[in-house]
Design a protein around this ligand. Sequence first.
Ligand SMILES: N[C@@H]1[C@@H](O)[C@H](O)[C@@H](COP(=O)(O)O)O[C@@H]1O
Length: 249
Amino acid sequence: MEVIKVKNYNEMSKKAAEYIISKVRSSNRIHLGLATGGTPLGLYKYMVLDFHKNKTDYRHVTSFNLDEYVGLSEENPNSYHYYMKENLFSHINILDSNVHLPDGNGVSLQKECVQYDKLIKECGGIDVQVLGIGQNGHIGFNEPGTSFGTKTHVVKLTESTRQANKHFFNHMDEVPTHAITMGIQSIMNSREILLLASGIEKSAAMHKLLHGDLNEQFPASILQLHPNVTVIADLQSLSSQISIQDITT
Ligand SMILES: N[C@@H]1[C@@H](O)[C@H](O)[C@@H](COP(=O)(O)O)O[C@@H]1O
């Protein structure tokens, strides 16, 4: 796991954008796995700025999002469909037909999960998967205790995850209780992973990610087994590591 330390959220976002943009520019066909939440907002902002300035072409890019809430329509401003359109897709020239998110509003969620995995596989898999990390170590919406072998599945969100995401909603009651998420195995199948972390509230999770044991109670720990993970993390999110170094040097 390569860890790139940066000063703050802005630097993390800039570095992440440079990373993704260089992949997009150097390929003639690329499949990106994309994440939502607060962490990648800055990355998307810099990708949009670059699109306007440098005209990076996204017509050869296919995207697969990690997750989507169950029960929110695509027009609901809190759905991840809406989030992706607002923050990235409607500002770059990616083709609508190349954009994929799980449908959390369909009749059969189980069928949707199977189809989503099938689609990713048939396209040839994900080249670079962008990930954030939950304070409890969740990746996508794979909560602690999720089997490392899971494919795309429906999850019941923990109260702590609902709390962490409630600032996007008007009331706690509106925060969905379930989501569809790529599974841990689906994430691990990506050829490359780019994990982003910023802020003091992520420092305990980052410490466990970098130094803890492999444990299904801490889903992100599986990334220790992936051969190609790059972490871009700011000083606050690495503050547990820094204090350890300070003591030992
Ligand atoms: N489902 C999302 C994840 O994909 C995200 O990476 C994580 C961290 O969110 P944030 O970046 O807002 O801290 O939790 C959310 O619940």
